[in-house]
Design a protein around this ligand. Structure first.
Ligand code: NAD
Ligand code: PRE
Length: 376
């Protein structure tokens, strides 16, 4: 058990079960906008210690049972299979009448149907949730209050809840600065299957292909450059979380994988037939749709703002660039060397969380004679 901090004398109590990246980030966002007692429950005690020292929670415990009885809001932020187990536990426990229970899981259909089965006799309000932003990194140490800023946050009204309760949950979650959208569970799972789950399977399978070839040609991994890294970043995510997502979105994903396979067969046929026009349209149709997707700040794609900087090939140039940004107190979320060959100019891609940070970065680097550009 982790010791409570001194901030316990407040009237509203929020319990977050599963204090990883998402649970911690939601807790921080709530803390930023409400004065509450924040309790964290996690089976992994070091996560509780970390969350307490980062002041994400006031108090941590490894079991939910003794902590949920007087909660006003309960947020389940475990991998989806565990979320169903947590619902079983909550169904057995005395709970405050009218408590709002929500989750953050990446699939909604099985969570909603289990909550209906287990909680329909209870005086509780269940609203499914899914903040559609995150990271390939897991664990409470990566939590940030602004993780969901500008991202879509799906809410699905469940057992015991009505539209007024959904509005109340939105007020609790206002500090996320997310864009709330209500969807029913089936539609959510279809959309998430397409924009998140299938891409994840494809990313992991590309890595498997490379790894097989890598056994024969160890050098190949060294050559994996920008494109491969961009498309496979998400393959570094938590395998337990993704195992659960696939198992809980089976009905959507099986036909999607079949369509994917038939798309691959189609491309294979175009290559075999050396159908240059067909191949060009395969790419130009995709480009046209991709280029027309809503811009990053609207949350369809995680909000990163890239700035490209030409850098001469000389020692210390990267620390020079990052030093200039640091001196102006500008944070970057990522840095990538796109091209660095002997004797030629390389390109750095700097990613910023906010457009204003990118503009400030551009201004101060240009002032130091670096050539920069933005490519949308
Ligand atoms: N990572 C993302 O990008 C992302 C984005 C949106 C939603 N989600 C969803 O959020 C949920 C959490 O994902 P995450 O990325 O925060 O994972 P995470 O691994 O960072 O955190 C999960 C936490 O749950 C804890 N846990 C596991 N079983 C538990 C149990 N029975 N009781 C209490 N705690 C338990 C783990 O110890 C861990 O600390 C998942 O359902 C995932 O589908 C993830
Ligand atoms: O940005 C990432 O690293 C993510 O994988 C985030 C991502 C996604 O697929 O977009 C992953 C799973 C979640 O359910 C929602 C968001």
């Amino acid at each position: 058990m982790v010791q409570p901090s001194n901030k316990t004398n407040v009237s509203k109590k929020v319990v977050v079960i599963g204090l990883g990246l998402i649970g911690g980030s939601v807790a921080l966002a709530i803390r930023n906008s409400h004065y509450v007692q924040m309790i964290g429950i996690d089976v992994h005690e070091p996560s509780l210690k970390m969350a307490t020292s980062l002041q994400i929670i006031d108090y941590g415990d490894t079991s939910a049972e003794e902590n949920v009885g007087d909660a006003d809001v309960i947020i389940i932020a475990t991998p989806v299979s565990k979320t169903l187990e947590v619902l079983e536990i909550l169904a057995q426990e005395p709970l405050k009448p009218g408590v709002i229970i929500t989750d953050v899981g990446s699939t909604k259909k099985t969570v909603l149907s289990e909550s209906e089965r287990l909680l329909s006799e209870r005086e509780v309000k269940f609203i499914g949730g899914h903040p559609m932003a995150g990271s390939h990194k897991s664990g409470v140490q990566g939590s940030r209050a602004d993780l969901f800023e500008n991202a879509f946050y799906v809410l699905t009204t469940g057992v015991g809840a009505d539209s007024a309760d959904v509005e109340e949950l939105k007020r609790w979650l206002i500090g996320t600065n997310a864009r709330f959208i209500e969807l029913d569970a089936s539609l959510h799972d279809l959309f998430a299957g397409s924009v998140s789950h299938l891409p994840h399977i494809v990313a992991a399978s590309l890595v498997h292909q490379l790894s097989r070839l890598g056994q024969q040609y160890p050098l190949i991994g060294e050559l994996a450059a920008g494109g491969f890294r961009d498309i496979t970043r998400i393959a570094s995510a938590n395998p337990v979380m993704w195992r659960d997502i696939l198992l809980h979105n089976k009905d959507v994903l099986i036909p999607m994988i079949e369509r994917w396979q038939s798309d691959m067969q189609k491309v294979q046929g175009l290559i075999e037939a050396e159908d240059d026009r067909g191949l060009q349209s395969f790419f130009s149709d995709a480009k046209q749709y991709r280029d027309g997707l809503p811009s990053k700040k609207k949350g369809a794609i995680p909000a990163f703002y890239d700035l490209f900087v030409d850098v001469p090939d000389r020692p210390g140039v990267i620390s020079e660039v990052t030093g200039i940004l640091a001196n102006h107190n500008i944070s970057i979320t990522n840095i990538q060397i796109i091209e660095a060959r002997e004797d030629i100019m390389g390109v750095l891609r700097l990613s910023f969380r906010r457009e204003t940070d990118r503009q400030r970065g551009l201004d101060c680097l240009e002032a130091e004679q670096f050539s920069t550009y933005i490519s949308e």
